[in-house]
Ligand binder design. Structure first.
Ligand code: HEM
Length: 191
């Protein structure tokens, strides 16, 4: 998406990327989504892990985020609900960390929504390999609207995170906790 060039005008995004960059790289390294989802025998369990991530996020974040102006939280979380409910395993029953405040919740939402950016690429790669399971559409939930959904989230993050260092710190904490939770659900406990 080439956000590098806009970093100077997006201090909140810059901070979020700084504190979570290594966690994203570790997750990508541990979670070979294309391999997991192209194998028909492993696909249902992997979709179940994503479903657990999204349903636990909705449960933990809805109360604090439903009324945030410009966020359309309900629209976002409705999309996550289209996944079939997860089967319960040790990882998928992991509870999304309860945010202490709205800023922390927004930091966690950055992670959950960010997963759709990678998801688009994963879906494209799966299609290129001839995998055409309609259940995989959750990987690109917004389709043609994905750019505008991401930009509107970033606008809210910049607005709220610029209110002061306390909010920005909370947001960074929420993003870190979101990544740790996502890794636990998608990959199991860190080795
Ligand atoms: C394992 C497979 C994954 C791959 C290959 C991947 C890849 C990517 C790529 C290429 C981007 C940049 C997209 C762009 O700028 O257009 C991105 C962004 C992002 N991804 Fe992932 N991702 C993966 C999984 C995840 C997961 C599971 C999460 C969270 C649960 C996540 C969170 C994020 C976030 C927060 C961003 C936004 C980073 C920013 O601030 O620009 N990703 N991912």
């Amino acid at each position: 998406m080439g956000l590098e060039g806009r970093k100077g005008t997006m201090p909140v995004l810059t901070a979020l990327r700084q504190v979570t960059g290594a966690l994203h790289r570790r997750l990508e390294h541990r979670f070979d989504a294309v391999a997991e989802l192209s194998d028909a025998s492993r696909r249902p369990a992997t979709i179940g892990r994503y479903a657990a991530l999204y349903s636990s996020a909705r449960a933990a974040l809805a109360e604090m985020l439903a009324s945030v102006e410009g966020l359309d939280f309900l629209q976002r979380s409705r999309v996550w609900q289209s996944l079939r409910p997860p089967s319960i395993t040790a990882e998928t029953s992991s509870v999304f960390p309860e945010p202490a405040d709205r800023c922390e919740a927004l930091g966690s939402l950055y992670v959950v929504e960010g997963s759709t950016l990678g998801g688009r690429l994963i879906l494209r790669e799966l299609r290129a390999r001839g995998v055409a399971d309609p259940e995989l559409s959750f990987l690109d939930p917004y389709g043609a609207a994905s750019g505008s959904m991401w930009r509107s989230l970033l606008a809210v993050l910049e607005r709220e995170g610029s209110r002061g260092p306390t909010c920005l710190e909370s947001m960074c904490r929420g993003a870190i906790r979101g990544f740790v939770h996502a890794e636990r659900i998608l990959c199991g406990e860190p080795r």
